[in-house]
Design a protein around this ligand. Structure first.
Ligand code: A2P
Ligand code: MG
Ligand code: MG
Ligand code: MG
Length: 329
């Protein structure tokens, strides 16, 4: 099967990073958090997960570059020495061969510019850091992009119940897909026992369950309420952080994920969507931006030709996209 080795390495890297994140989330203290220059939060777990995943990829595929969200510049500053030593401790607990220097080097493997040529990985070590800090949903998101197209994706969702129908079932789900091979889910505790997943077939948008970001700064909550109203349902979207929203639609827990721009200049990052995108496509879903245009992952580190996201199961796609486009007028 194409990408068999890549999938195996990516699943194991995401599993290990998810373990690190769960351990850190359980007892996170103030010295393990930091605000980046853009004021967004980052934690020991974001850095530790990026170090683990990118060092694992470097060992297996030394010639593959990576586009990662984090870089080591803040960790190298004297004032963040304590944060840095905690990152190294967490990384070492999972991979004893990592030391301070190799942690920094691994994190900085994520500086690739992306683009339309060749292949590269893209990693969000914690997608939904704000959800992570609230003790809620987040995802470790890793994807492989070849000649501008997403060909493989793995989502580690440490707090997502394995059984979509039972919120009290074991927490920790791994979702993955390779282009043309379908989408699968396994418990994070047993990543080799995977089952196929697929989207729902609801064709009446009034009956569709919608989901969206918790953060009002990441998606326009008022506009989504207007869209659901226009489609004949007064039920507002349920809110969840991170690419777990792609997971929810991929396994039929929701029919629609809306991400509606709040700031005109914001460009969505490729690591915030690539893994969820391929998992959802392979589960039978459809994805466009808020103008109905296909997502273009070939333009560098951001989706600069797209605005927002509309991700749905197939039978409601056209009507939901139309309602989203109409809501902009
Ligand atoms: N203005 C914005 N619009 C959309 N997404 C944003 C915005 N600001 C940050 N994000 C990204 O949203 C993601 C979380 O999504 P969600 O709210 O659905 O959980 C984060 O990766 C975050 O990016 P960053 O990784 O730079 O912090
Ligand atoms: Mg993110
Ligand atoms: Mg992140
Ligand atoms: Mg971030």
């Amino acid at each position: 099967m194409p990408f068999e080795q890549e999938l195996q390495v990516a699943k194991e890297a995401v599993r290990k990073a998810s373990l690190l994140c769960s351990a850190a989330q359980a007892g996170l203290v103030d010295s393990e958090k930091h605000d980046k220059a853009d004021k967004s939060p980052v934690t020991v777990a974001d850095y530790g997960a990026q170090a683990l995943v990118l060092s694992t990829l470097a060992a297996a595929f030394p010639n593959d570059p990576a586009v990662g969200e984090e870089d080591s510049s803040d960790l190298r500053k004297e004032e963040n020495a304590e944060l840095f030593s905690r990152v190294v401790e967490y990384a070492q607990k999972v991979d004893g061969s990592l030391d301070a220097e190799s942690v920094l080097a691994a994190i900085d493997r994520g500086k690739h510019a992306g683009g339309s040529q060749g292949r590269f990985w893209t990693l969000d070590p914690i997608d939904g850091t704000k959800g992570f800090l609230r003790g809620q949903q987040y995802a470790v998101a890793l994807a492989l992009i070849e000649n501008g197209e997403v060909v493989l994706g793995v989502l580690g969702c440490p707090n997502l119940p394995v059984d979509p129908a039972n919120a009290n079932s074991e927490k920790g789900s791994l979702l993955f897909a390779v282009k043309g091979q379908g989408a699968f889910q396994a418990p994070l505790s047993e990543i080799d026992s995977a089952t196929k997943i697929s989207v729902d077939q609801i064709d009446d948008p009034a009956k569709a369950v919608f989901c969206e970001s918790v953060e009002s700064g990441h998606t326009a909550h008022g506009r989504s309420a207007a869209i659901t109203n226009a489609l004949g349902t007064s039920v507002e979207p349920f809110r969840m952080d991170s690419q777990c929203k792609y997971a929810a639609v991929s396994r039929g827990q929701a029919s629609v994920y809306l991400r509606l721009p709040t700031r005109p200049g914001y460009e969505e990052k490729i690591w915030d969507h690539a893994a969820g995108y391929i998992v959802l496509q392979e589960a039978g879903g459809r994805i466009a931006d808020t103008f109905g245009n296909p997502l273009d992952f070939s333009l560098g580190r951001t989706l600069k030709n797209n605005k927002g996201i509309v991700a749905t199961s197939p039978a409601v796609f056209e009507s939901v996209v139309k309602a989203v486009v109409d809501s902009a007028e």
